[in-house]
Design a protein around this ligand. Sequence first.
Ligand code: GSH
Length: 214
Amino acid sequence: MAEYQLYCFAQSGNAYRCALMLNLIGADWEPIWVDFFAKGEQRSPEYRANVNEMGEAPVLVHGDKKLSQSGVILTYLSDRSGKFRPDGEDERLEALRWIIFDNQKLNGYLGPYRFLRNFAKPAGDPAAMAFLKGRIDNSLTILEKRLARSPFVVGDRPTIADISLTGYLYYPAEEFGFDMPGTHPNIAAWLTRMKALPRWGHPYELMPGYPLAA
Ligand SMILES: N[C@@H](CCC(=O)N[C@@H](CS)C(=O)NCC(=O)O)C(=O)O
């Protein structure tokens, strides 16, 4: 058995953050597939009782520890490995600030938007989609401006804040119906820098369940 297990599925940008981190730090890890689409496994009583009371993926298992919330998992892995770890109190708080912004306002809206557009039946109500799109555009503008100041979110080197923020940004533009890197040059250059890191992998390669069974 690998040292780390990650409950995840290929379409989850929330889980991708953790899969990417595990790969980038060269951890010995294996995915445990969560059947989100056909079974809604993450909401089952068994999953809530044995894996995560919050009914969500990702969950990281490491020995006796079972951690959920990607921001917590990223923090744990960076503390343990010393990699992508923000340095000192100011950087730590700054990274946390961007991780919370990301979870709530960038990938926190991109995930539901993509789900309602691609996977939900019926698809999302147009008014709800327009609301989410407005929030996404606003958050992308904030990130775009930030990345004009420094090559990575917290400074000159990548940290867990960058890994968190890439959550949904490598999925194909067709899944969103808009091209985020195409319209945000600083974000595009940053995504290229992140992609150049050793052991970087695409979400559809790192996690099981793609393509979805018909
Ligand atoms: N803030 C959480 C979000 C986790 C999350 O929402 N995961 C989705 C999958 S992408 C999920 O499991 N949702 C459960 C559901 O909606 O039933 C994190 O970053 O880990």
